[in-house]
Design a protein. Structure first.
Length: 418
């Protein structure tokens, strides 16, 4: 049977792929979205902390101070966890991450990210409005709570760095903190309240509402393996459960799995993953939270979700496919119990997700070097929910020759050489 033809195929139906498909569709293209699960948000986009983190202009850099490096290397800092067995495999990428984490590197990323992040909420609100899922975007911002003078210093330093980008959190003392979140224990002495970011109580439902919008507007959602991608004379072809699909343009939006396909076509990126876990908890009695709260000094976050209070962990440095470990969650859960009204675990084992990362903490968005018709939209690290819609817009603008909403150069794959 001959392949059916569409204008563009988007591979991967997480926040990033679904958003790219919608943005291309909005420009009049016939688009097919292909995912191996046959549904949206089956992976990383399912289990994140749900914050549209528009304040996250300063990238999460690798520590540079010797004392912080030593604490990290010895797994003494609960914000990160190293699987030592994975080190030989992941060391080169981690070294690139360290090397990119200079003050100059950090500032270059902040400059590129600031205008991009500034547009992120509006793009979500537009999609949620059209999808009828505005109720899944909650206002009220989020809080970085601290336990000590050292934590307060950290929060103040972060706030100081953000001033240049027009982002100003309200600094809360204990009374102001409990006015917002009355059930936080006395372990929290204050916090920084970032009031503007939206958050969602159900990232999976939000992504699926965007995918339903895409289908309602005439988009095709197919089940298939992206690794079946092959070049044809005129473009590209993918095999799905309903047959072969051909298109002149294909977007790789496979999140943590993107690198495999990129390498197959000769693009070698310093790609790595920061894994992270979540667990839901019952609230104790009638206690609860109304917005996400980060324990700044311990590096985990608790947020009210449809399924319960969701605790998400910081970064685990491991190979993408290493078996899950409960070590990171087991380590921070007692800290969470000190601070939050959490009761029993609601699931037998933690959910594992993988943040797709490049060393400069910027996604790769733009053409695949030397492969006409192939496009890249991945590596959104800690911010893929936040940046999915705005990345889709930027990519669609580049693919359509429109004026891009931000300078695309800092996001091009060529920044790592060819
Ligand atoms: C614990 C944790 C907390 C986080 N909190 C936040 C937050 O608060 N805010 C935020 O903005 N970001 C957050 N993130 C990051 C965010 O979740 C990710 O950046 C984002 O989900 C990445 O989206 P994606 O679409 O690129 O990848 P994914 O959601 O992983 O989607 C990739 C898709 O590709 C598909 N796929 C893979 N291989 C194939 C194949 N061979 N064939 C077909 N399909 C395939 C998968 O099935 C999947 O659907 C968090 C991440 C973690 C782990």
């Amino acid at each position: 049977m001959p392949a059916e033809t569409v204008d563009a195929i988007v591979l991967g139906a997480g926040f990033v792929g679904v958003s790219a498909a919608l943005a291309l569709q909005a420009r009049g293209r016939r688009v097919a979205l292909v995912d191996r699960h046959g549904k949206a948000a089956g992976e990383t986009s399912f289990g994140n902390a749900g914050i549209v983190q528009t304040e996250a202009v300063m990238p999460y850099v690798f520590p540079r101070a010797p004392i912080d490096i030593a604490r990290g290397a010895l797994n003494l800092d609960p914000r990160a966890y190293i699987r030592y067995g994975a080190l030989p495999a992941i060391a080169p990428a981690i070294f690139r991450y360290f090397a990119a984490s200079t003050p100059a590197g950090k500032n270059a990323t902040a400059r590129a990210m600031a205008p991009f992040l500034a547009a992120a909420s509006a793009e979500h609100l537009k999609l949620a409005h059209d999808a009828g899922s505005e109720a899944l975007l909650r206002r009220g911002g989020w809080i970085k709570a601290f336990r000590s003078a050292r934590g307060e210093d950290m929060a103040n330093r972060e706030a100081e760095e953000l001033k240049a980008y027009g982002i100003r959190p309200s600094m809360l003392d204990r009374a102001a903190l409990t006015a917002l979140e009355p059930h936080l224990s006395e372990a929290a002495i204050g916090g920084a309240h970032y009031a503007d970011p939206l958050s969602t109580p159900d990232p999976e439902a939000l992504a699926q509402s965007y995918a339903a919008l895409f289908v309602n507007r005439g988009g095709r959602f197919e089940t298939g393996d992206a690794l079946s991608l092959e070049p044809t004379g005129a473009g590209w072809m993918v095999t799905t459960e309903s047959g072969r699909l051909a298109a002149s343009d294909v977007v790789i939006a496979l999140g943590p799995w993107s690198n495999e396909l990129a390498r197959r076509y000769g693009l070698r990126l310093p790609f790595f993953v920061k894994r992270g876990y979540h667990m839901h908890y019952e609230a104790k009695g009638n206690a609860g939270l109304t917005r996400p709260v980060l324990d700044l000094e311990r590096g985990y976050l608790v947020t009210p979700m449809t399924r319960g209070l969701r605790l998400t962990t910081g970064a685990e440095f491991a190979r993408r496919d290493d078996p899950p470990s409960s070590a990171q969650l087991d380590r921070v859960e007692p800290f969470a119990r000190e601070l939050f009204p959490i009761g029993a675990r609601k699931e037998p084992k933690p959910w594992l997700g993988r943040r797709p990362c490049l060393p400069d903490m910027r996604p790769v968005i733009g053409p695949f070097p030397g492969k006409p018709g192939l496009w890249l939209d991945f590596g959104h690290h800690h911010l893929g929910l936040t940046l999915g819609p705005v990345s889709g817009r930027l990519l669609a603008e580049m693919m359509s020759g429109e004026a891009p909403l931000v300078d695309p150069d800092p996001f091009r794959a060529e920044r790592f050489g060819r």
